[in-house]
Design a binder for this molecule. Structure first.
Ligand SMILES: Nc1ncnc2c1ncn2[C@@H]1O[C@H](COP(=O)(O)OP(=O)(O)OP(=O)(O)O)[C@@H](O)[C@H]1O
Ligand SMILES: [Mg+2]
Length: 563
């Protein structure tokens, strides 16, 4: 008889293996403890760490606590108060549901759990490497404090993987930041070696929490976002395109209140910025998705960092549309004021349905009809032959004529490129222009698109091309110069960051064909330009991510004049 080769692992070994998945580093311990505190309805959560969490991690909460019996149970594998059956997993609202975190953490540390549920006396349990070593009565207020010392003391291989204390501290701070964003109504604090790293009082609104975490400078660059389609809703904030930078952005996704890593949803959100942002800039994004519990599976990742959507495409479309809507209103234009600061922070409004022009956008301001022969809308003033000024409901709007025309032309040209093409004028005297070798290649590659925007070209001889027709986007349009600049850009890959070839071409054409700064506009032209800008889908941003309009709030004028 041979001895059996298969044996069921003792609980302690199983716990340590589970710990490998759930407890990677101090930050994962903090995540599990704080999630438990939130699940226990805590109002205030304090976290302390020492030495990056190597020597000490402590999380205290004022939640509902546990009875002594429950506290002992909580340390057993698969012991949870949060679900009773697999069916409960559908739409589970608590962070926890696996009943694994506490035993896993306790199996790889010197662990202490102190808790009181307000009904009877509290208890303090001491556990070393998974073995309960002592239980004492504890006198304390309702709530729970978990202390974790010597993390990975009994798994030296894991301990070796810990990074420098500063790195671990940063990861802990990030975990707490994410959960603080998920629950603005709960107060959070973090101290590291007795230094305060985060202190966020309970807030009523997400934007106040953002202030507390990152300061006003970032908060002021964010536009509120809120769109619902069917049972799914996305809300949160998207950064104003002109204030996005290539590095250092904040990007967070929450699904049914749970923080998740989802690069695809972030990419969908970035797609919403299409044509309104410089290709290298990465906007800050805070996306909160709310959808029915059965539309998402939260049990697909041991640390719950990912979820699976029943219909991912629908969710990605919702996010893209939500961002696009957030950028559409004139409020998305850059404000002028103290330090580029916005006025009062806008409450996110929810738009039902799919109307393209949100309420509040004064498209009527410069309506084409003229009642009684007099133009409608406020007076327009052109200054420096470059900017157009007019009064709005709550301030003064300043339009950059080139950026504005670029946006208008871009949207028009995208319709032409995908539709019937642009009306072109046959030139009485065809132009002949010379190009370089790479430019001729670019013309060849884009001949069809050039024709659609109105340039009909024919190779002549050598480096010479004959231009038979040209578009006529405005009276001061110089066809030869525009074509030369356009072809130069195409050959030089100037808009290279744009993923889509049509959009890249459209943006290049719009930029080169638009009216330039320094051109005088007569009043009718100026009105027409502003009217068309306000009717555009994304009126507030040009194709490089710069603002087309800045607004000087009336309140700012009043402040400066001491009214
Ligand atoms: N801070 C706390 N306050 C009150 N009860 C707690 C606290 N922490 C843990 N518990 C109780 O202990 C149980 C076990 O916690 P544990 O984190 O191990 O599992 P879980 O939260 O149920 O699931 P998961 O492993 O997914 O986190 C919880 O279900 C809860 O009842
Ligand atoms: Mg838990």
């Amino acid at each position: 008889m041979t001895a059996p080769k298969i044996a069921v692992l003792p609980d302690r070994v199983a716990d340590q293996i589970a710990a490998g998945e759930v407890v990677e580093r101090p930050a994962s311990v903090v995540k599990e403890l704080v999630e438990n505190a939130l699940d226990a309805d805590a109002h205030t959560i304090r976290v302390e760490i020492e030495d990056g969490g190597r020597s000490l991690i402590r999380a205290s909460d004022d939640g509902h606590g546990m009875s002594p019996d429950d506290a002992r149970l909580a340390l057993q594998r698969h012991a949870t108060s949060k679900i009773r059956s697999v069916a409960d997993l559908i739409g589970v609202g608590s962070f926890g549901f696996r009943g694994e975190a506490l035993p896993a953490i306790a199996s790889v540390s010197r662990f202490e759990l102190e808790t009181a549920d307000g009904a009877g006396g509290g208890i303090r349990l001491r556990v070393t490497g998974g073995t309960i070593e002592g239980a004492d009565p504890a006198v304390r207020q309702q709530g729970t404090t978990v202390t974790v010392r010597g993390l990975f003391f009994n798994t030296p291989a894991r301990r070796k993987f810990l990074r420098a204390p500063a790195t671990e501290t940063r990861a802990v701070s990030e975990v707490l930041t994410v959960l603080a964003l998920a629950r603005p109504d709960v107060a959070f604090s973090l101290t590291s070696d007795n230094r305060s790293l985060l202190d966020a009082p309970a807030a009523e609104r997400l934007i106040e929490r953002i202030h507390a975490l990152w300061g006003r400078d970032l908060a002021d660059t964010l536009l509120p976002l809120a769109t619902r389609v069917g049972g799914a809703e996305v809300s949160g904030f998207a950064q104003r395109p002109s204030q996005a930078r290539p590095a250092g952005r904040k990007a967070y996704v929450f699904v049914r209140g749970r923080p998740v890593k989802d690069p695809f949803l972030l990419r969908a959100a970035e797609a919403g910025y299409r044509s309104a942002i410089a290709p290298r800039d990465r906007p800050s994004l805070l996306l909160f998705l709310d959808l029915p519990g059965d539309a998402v599976d939260v049990n697909v990742h041991p640390a719950k960092a990912e979820v699976r959507f029943r219909d991912r495409i629908q969710i990605e479309q919702l996010v893209e549309a939500g961002v696009r809507r957030a950028l559409a209103p004139l409020d998305a234009a850059a404000p002028i004021g103290t330090g580029g600061g916005a006025g009062p922070v806008l409450e996110a409004a929810t738009w039902e349905g799919t109307g393209t022009i949100p309420a509040g956008l004064p498209t009527e301001l410069f309506a084409a009809e003229t009642p009684g022969g007099r133009p409608r809308g406020p007076e327009l003033l052109q200054v420096f032959d470059t900017y157009l000024l007019f009064q709005t409901e709550d301030g003064v709007a300043i339009v950059d004529q080139h950026s504005a025309h670029e946006r208008v032309l871009y949207e028009q040209v995208m319709r032409q490129l995908t539709g019937d093409g642009a009306p072109a004028q046959r030139l009485l005297l065809p132009l002949t222009l010379e190009f370089t070798g790479p430019e001729l290649e670019a013309i060849d590659a884009h001949r069809e698109l050039l024709a659609r925007v109105g340039f009909e070209l024919e190779p002549f001889s050598g480096r010479t091309v004959v231009v038979h027709t040209a578009p006529n986007p405005h009276p001061r349009f110089e066809a030869a110069r525009c074509l030369q600049e356009l072809v130069g850009d195409l050959a030089g890959g100037r808009f290279g960051g744009w993923a889509n070839r049509l959009e890249r071409f459209g943006a290049t054409f719009a930029c080169r064909a638009a009216i330039k700064a320094g051109h005088h506009l007569d009043p009718e032209e100026a009105r027409e330009l502003v009217r068309r800008l306000l009717a555009a889908t994304l009126p507030a941003h040009d194709v490089h991510g710069r603002p087309t309009i800045v607004q000087l709030p009336k309140g700012e004028l009043e402040r400066r004049f001491g009214r």
